[in-house]
Write a protein that binds this ligand. Structure first.
Ligand SMILES: [Zn+2]
Length: 414
């Protein structure tokens, strides 16, 4: 007799759990000065804390800064195995409302347009990835809010994996560490994360999108602030005297490679992105972000910007332009690479769950990238959600089920 798959066994429970989590508004707030940024995130954090205890996990804590940390001890005889962590964030994006989320459930999706209330439609014409989900059960918004699959899909999947593992003590495993974090969407998700207390040797964030996504490369990132100081002189009598701060910034900008910009790059191609400009003849300011997966090319991009500024100053024979560059985060790859066996393990877990691994570089940063440089190597895994941060957000229940099955295979020892 064939045993029903894990994905099949947890399906209804996962759906109910996900719907109950998205019903809780956990939007974070970039303008807040408290941590976590919004008190309402504690509603879900407290619930997760209590539910982990109910599932029989004995070591669970809710930290004052808004982290739920839990540990499931290793099966007897498996204490020497690496301690693996699973992490997801409870907050939703400040970009779109997460209040009164009323999901729609579309069974057996056949490629049709899905109305999102009266004002919008989710169509495969606009979102061709939907054609990979024919026959799936989709969970969408009603057009008035985001869905919150980012990252409540990840939260629900980790909780279902825990439930399954606790109900199957015959499945041996090393120590398993669970972490739920606040404020990821405002870039502060791991500000107070206690890597030591978390207790894992290696972890995964469950915060990706499409089925099979496994991400362990992200950008190296820096920001640059450029200030030009001009000298305003009557333009009729300006020869040899006027310094136009706007022109100075323009010189710098025009010297950057024209096609190394976000709108012309993809994959592993890095860029300079002008995010702000303001100014007049007397003073002008520009801000850039600089991105590259390759650390060497990243350093070169930064150096090049400084070099152009130095050339401009030399040409004007006075310090008309100043560049200040600050690193933001680095590619996690350098931290993950020494643990290649963990990437293999993740791929194998997917294969066991009937999922084809899809490895691609992240063109951004993740909490996992920051954790990787805090001593916890931390790639990212798919959740089954898509179109995050707006009303077109949706999730595939079928993919979510396979994510749970992947997690179970990932943290248990077959
Ligand atoms: Zn997320």
């Amino acid at each position: 007799m064939n045993q029903p798959s894990i994905a099949h066994q947890i399906r209804q429970s996962l759906l109910d759990r996900f719907l109950s989590y998205v019903a809780i508004d956990t939007q974070s707030d970039p303008k807040s000065t408290s941590y976590p940024s919004t008190e309402k995130q504690f509603t879900l954090l407290r619930l997760l804390h209590d539910q982990l205890l109910e599932l029989g996990v004995t070591s669970v804590s809710l930290e004052p800064k808004g982290y739920v940390l839990a540990q499931i001890s290793a099966t007897a005889g498996y204490e020497d195995r690496p301690a693996l962590g699973l992490i997801a964030h409870v907050d939703t994006s400040p970009d779109f409302s997460g209040q009164d989320v009323h999901p729609q459930i579309i069974e057996d999706y056949a490629g049709e347009a899905i109305p999102l209330g009266t004002t919008a439609e989710l169509t495969a014409r606009e979102f061709p990835e939907l054609m990979e989900l024919l026959g799936h059960t989709l969970i969408t918004t009603d057009g008035t809010t985001l869905l919150g699959a980012d990252d409540k899909a990840g939260v629900a999947e980790i909780m279902e994996a825990v439930r399954y593992i606790m109900a199957h003590p015959e499945l041996p495993h090393g120590k398993i560490c669970i972490g739920f974090t606040p404020d990821e969407e405002i870039g502060a998700g791991v500000d107070h994360f206690d890597v030591k207390k978390f207790g894992a040797d290696f972890a995964f964030t469950v915060d990706g999108g499409r089925e099979g996504e496994l991400e362990y490369e992200n950008f190296n990132a820096a920001s640059a602030k450029v200030v030009a100081t001009g000298r305003s002189i009557h333009p009729g009598y300006a020869k040899g005297k006027l310094v136009n701060a706007i022109e100075v910034i323009y010189l710098l900008h025009a010297s950057l490679p024209h096609y190394a910009r976000p709108e012309f790059t993809e994959g592993y191609e890095g860029f300079y992105h002008l995010t702000h400009f303001s100014g007049d003849v007397e003073r002008a300011e520009a801000e850039y972000i600089i991105r590259d997966h390759n650390r060497g090319l990243f350093e070169e991009k930064k150096t090049y910007l400084e070099q152009i500024a130095a050339e401009i100053n030399a040409a004007y024979k006075r310090p008309v332009i100043q560049v200040e560059i600050k690193d933001s985060y680095y590619n996690m790859y350098d931290q993950v690479a020494p643990h290649a066996e963990m990437i293999e393990r993740a791929k194998q877990a997917m294969t066991l769950a009937g999922v084809t691994p899809r490895i691609s570089p992240i063109r951004g940063g993740t909490d996992g990238a920051r954790l990787s440089y805090m001593g916890l190597p931390c790639p990212n895994l798919f959740t089954g959600g898509a179109n995050f941060h707006g009303k077109y957000e949706y999730a595939s229940l079928d993919t979510m089920c396979r994510a749970v099955e992947t997690l179970v295979h990932l943290v248990t020892e077959a």
